[in-house]
Design a protein around this ligand. Structure first.
Ligand code: HEM
Length: 547
């Protein structure tokens, strides 16, 4: 999955939007050429040649723009003209960290289908989601930027056949029945983080929840995926940087860099810049982590029959065990490494950011926290003993709170690109418009979660809207934080479980307050593919309760 990921560019990076690098850089390069002494014939020839090339390029660009605007089969689809002639419209909004909001504004202005690129169309329509996200449409090329260890994983595989083979590897790990075996581990990791870490500073200092929850989810994921304890949370308390957490945070930036530099990426990654080096290295750091766990997991898997689906085993052992079954020889160690990395990143970036935003909401709306506390206190009389997941799933206010969290703070609210297939007998029709094969189509949960007729006051966090007497089938149909269809998130059971456990444990122990410098402005949603708060931090204070 998932870049699943908080694609954003740090303000200290040379690629930050405020850093005027492109026009400035280009001007700097051209200036010495243009001011070259003109007396020499060679210089004149060179200038004419340059002018000719620039002229040709401009003409080609103009003709392409004319085609895109007036002749392309997509030209009658509504949308701003500048988006129809260039990908720059979308790229600019990704740089600014507001692609979801920009596309949403187009839906409000133009209706449920809009053209957002020369060959790209966005839509919101629950019915069309079923067709587009079914088996016939492959994923768009954009997913290739997510490659890990230079290889594919479930999220980045474009076609359904190779995806189906890969999915057989990890699907058994993500069943509810298997994950329940990890429940005691999730409880103890959560308790340890909450008790030992948050208790220690309760009331006295703010905690950056983006970092804290990242460390907690990385601890959980590294354990249930590779059987390794890295205790990232402990390092946070010691003010030590955890290299795995840093690499997971950096990986989405690497995706952006890879996306914008294209074929130049291998060269760019060698530039002597600390930020670039660290970001590019994130892939290697994570690959090394998985590689170092391989041998132990191979020994474990070797002891198990390939059809054993009862024994508790971590994701890597499970994949190695499944690989021993018939017809799986093509699944090399490298494929397993790429898949493991993809799952580690997808599982850590998403859940952690959502937890931070939800705790912010507890601080921001104390009346929600109060109602939640009444329910949680009753379900969890002893604050050291977290109830079983089945009991947590039955708590109505907690369930409503989590659904509203997914609606407003969906960690992956981005356009999920699919490509219109070529083999259809009749042209594909989307909301009355015929789309030729090869067109990229996508919907984004950000917008389906904010349809005003289905979710009144769409940008307001209202837990009550999900209580039994208010929830409607239309709301359920539009809620799609995990995507849709055949490529729906593999980790949704795990995400739901971890969220419930962590939120319950926090509500039971601490009233939460906004820390200095954290407010509605700094907590605005930003992102590229996944979300993060505007200033990349979520400082909250966890106060102590005596019960
Ligand atoms: C709140 C948490 C999460 C959210 C909102 C989320 C969201 C998503 C979305 C929207 C997709 C579909 C992408 C697409 O169609 O292109 C996806 C795919 C995926 N996610 Fe998640 N995810 C979450 C947690 C996790 C976790 C915990 C894991 C694993 C440990 C995970 C692993 C994956 C994988 C492997 C895929 C690719 C599935 C496939 O194509 O078969 N995700 N996720």
């Amino acid at each position: 999955m998932c870049t699943v990921f908080s694609i954003g560019v740090e303000s200290d990076s040379p690629f930050h939007p405020n850093y005027d690098v492109w026009p400035w850089g280009t001007a700097c390069l051209l200036r010495p050429i243009c001011s070259f002494p003109v007396q020499s014939t060679i210089a004149n020839v060179f200038r004419s040649f340059l002018a000719f090339i620039i002229g040709l390029f401009t003409l080609k660009r103009l003709l392409t723009a004319f085609y895109d605007l007036f002749l392309s089969p997509l030209h009658y689809i509504p949308g701003p003209w500048y988006a129809a002639i260039s990908e720059l419209w979308m790229t600019t909004h990704i740089f600014r960290g507001v692609p979801f909001q920009a596309v949403d504004a187009l839906f409000l202005k133009y209706g449920p289908i809009v053209r957002i690129g020369p060959n790209r169309v966005a839509f919101i329509d629950a019915q069309a989601v079923k067709t587009v996200y079914g088996v016939k449409f492959n994923k768009g090329q954009m997913y290739k930027a997510f490659l890990t260890n230079d290889g594919d994983h479930a999220m980045s595989l474009l076609d359904h056949t190779s995806h189906a083979a890969q999915k057989r590897l990890f699907a058994p790990h993500h069943t509810q029945a298997n994950l329940v075996l990890f429940q005691p581990d999730i409880h103890s990791y959560t308790m340890e983080a909450v008790k030992v870490r948050l208790d220690q500073i309760a009331g006295s200092a703010s905690v950056d929840c983006i970092m804290f929850f990242k460390q907690l989810t990385v601890d959980l994921n590294v354990y249930q995926q590779f059987g390794l304890r890295i205790d990232a949370v402990q390092k946070w308390n010691l003010d030590e940087e955890d290299v795995i957490c840093t690499a997971i945070t950096d990986f989405p930036k690497r995706v952006v860099l890879r996306n914008i530099t294209g074929r130049l990426f291998p060269l760019v990654s060698k530039l002597p810049n600390r930020w670039i080096k660290r970001v590019c290295d994130s892939d290697r750091v994570l690959a090394n982590l998985v590689r170092s766990c391989m041998q132990d997991n191979k020994s474990l898997a070797a002891k198990l029959p390939s059809d054993d689906d009862q024994t508790k085993m971590n994701l890597l052992t499970r994949m190695l065990q499944v690989r021993r079954g018939p017809n799986n020889e093509r699944l090399s160690d490298d494929i397993l490494i790429s898949e493991s990395m993809g799952q580690l990143i997808a599982g850590s970036e998403t859940v952690s950011v959502l937890m931070a935003f939800m705790c912010w909401e507890l601080a921001h709306q104390p009346e929600i926290a109060k109602k939640l506390r009444v329910e949680v206190d009753a379900a969890m009389p002893d604050r050291h003993i977290i109830p079983d997941i089945q009991q947590l799933q039955e708590l109505p206010y907690l369930t409503a709170f989590i659904k509203e969290g997914f609606r407003i703070y969906d960690p992956v609210p981005a356009l999920l690109d699919r490509v219109v297939p070529s083999q259809t007998k009749t042209p594909f029709t989307l909301l009355g418009y015929k789309l030729p094969a090869g067109t990229t189509v996508a919907t984004q949960a950000y917008s389906s979660h904010r349809i005003p007729s289905i979710f009144p006051l769409p940008n307001t966090f209202i837990t009550e809207r999900w209580l039994a007497d208010k929830e409607t089938p239309a709301m359920i149909a539009q809620l799609m934080p995990f995507g849709a269809g055949t490529r729906i998130c593999a980790g949704q059971n795990l995400a739901q479980m971890v969220l419930r456990i962590v939120i319950t444990s926090i509500v039971r122990r601490f009233p939460v307050q906004a820390g200095d410098g954290t407010d509605e402005e700094t907590m605005q949603i930003r992102g590229g593919f996944a979300i993060f708060p505007k200033n990349h931090k979520c400082l909250l204070r966890f106060l102590q309760r005596d019960v």
